[in-house]
Design a protein around this ligand. Structure first.
Ligand SMILES: [Zn+2]
Length: 317
């Protein structure tokens, strides 16, 4: 008997990742397409390339696979309409219908949502949030995305774009943000935001940190982590500051939603003890008594390589 699989597709500005995922979360085949190679193509041509890639994966699989649906995680993906709308990092930055394009090739269910929502669903179906009814996922990458699960359901909101915690205000009239606003949380606690804070601190403390030997444009969160492990006080301070910022925002999230847990996804979670105690400390210091020491702060259990594909497939599983 053929194994039933969902095609999980994660559309990113750099790469489009595809995989065939069964109900247990096993990825049978995976591939990637360089999104940039289609920058001179129409959206329809790019969608055809995705379809061809899915067909190749099914043909190349060792066992018989039966495709039962397609799940897409995409920037500004709208679950209600099956479209992506004005995605800032994609060349197709108008409104485009993924559902309409895929219906040309498949008579199967097609579901679309944004990448952070997909990650939250992936965590619930295949990761550390199995069995949880109320939790929040924060994805820390170039930007800061979030997916909110309430009573076992993904919160989509009136027009499908709920859960943009990264663009809630953090510092009144603070740093400019990609969305056009000033002082958004994302401008401080995404990898870009953390590096910006780091550069400011390094500038003020040139003599006292090993980070000042790294060329500014090459500095990464990994460098800061390594330096922290070697005892560099400024690097430790950067994680403390980031942890406190996260804890502050999480206290706000807790007061709105009373989640069982807040999951963090992204390379920065590797900073472990340099980060998590500060997050929990600050969050518990700021929440009302009824919430104190009740909300778990956990690293995502999805592997970085597979998370996006698993999340997109979880839209249908
Ligand atoms: Zn913003």
């Amino acid at each position: 008997m053929a194994t039933r699989v969902v095609a999980g597709i994660d559309i990113g500005g750099t790469n489009t990742k595809l995989g065939l995922v069964d109900q247990q979360g096993t990825t049978h085949r995976s591939q990637r397409i360089k999104t940039g190679e289609y920058s001179n193509s129409s959206f329809a041509e790019y969608m055809l390339a995705i379809r061809n890639c899915i067909e190749e994966m099914i043909k190349g699989a060792e066992q018989d696979l039966e495709l039962i649906g397609l799940g897409f995680g995409a920037p500004n993906g709208n679950h209600y309409t099956g479209t992506i709308e004005y995605a800032p990092n994609l060349v197709w930055n108008q409104i485009h219908s993924i559902t309409d394009e895929m219906k040309k090739y498949y008579n199967l269910p097609v579901a679309v949502t944004n990448d952070a929502n997909a990650a939250a669903l992936g965590e619930m179906k295949f990761g550390g949030a199995k069995g949880m009814q109320n939790f929040v996922m924060l994805t820390l990458g170039t930007g800061l995305g979030s997916g909110i699960i309430v009573n076992g359901q993904l919160v989509l909101g009136h027009d499908g774009f709920a859960g943009e915690i990264g663009h809630s205000s953090f510092v009144l009239d603070g740093r400019p943000c990609n969305c056009g606003n000033k002082g958004c949380f994302e401008a401080y606690v995404s990898s870009i935001g953390i590096l910006k804070s780091a550069r400011e601190l390094i500038q003020e403390n040139q003599e006292n940190t090993s980070l000042s030997s790294i060329p500014t444009e090459e500095l990464s969160v990994k460098h800061i982590h390594y330096a922290a492990m070697e005892g560099d006080a400024l690097s430790i301070q950067i994680f403390k500051q980031t942890g406190e910022a996260l804890g502050t925002k999480m206290a706000e999230i807790v007061s709105y939603l009373s989640p069982e847990a807040i999951f963090l996804f992204g390379g920065i979670t590797k900073a472990g003890d340099f980060l998590f105690p500060h997050i929990e400390g600050e969050m518990n210091r700021r929440v009302m008594k009824v919430f104190k020491n009740k909300v778990k702060v956990l690293p995502s259990e999805l592997s970085a390589q597979n998370a996006a594909i698993l999340g997109a497939s979880a839209l249908l599983w």
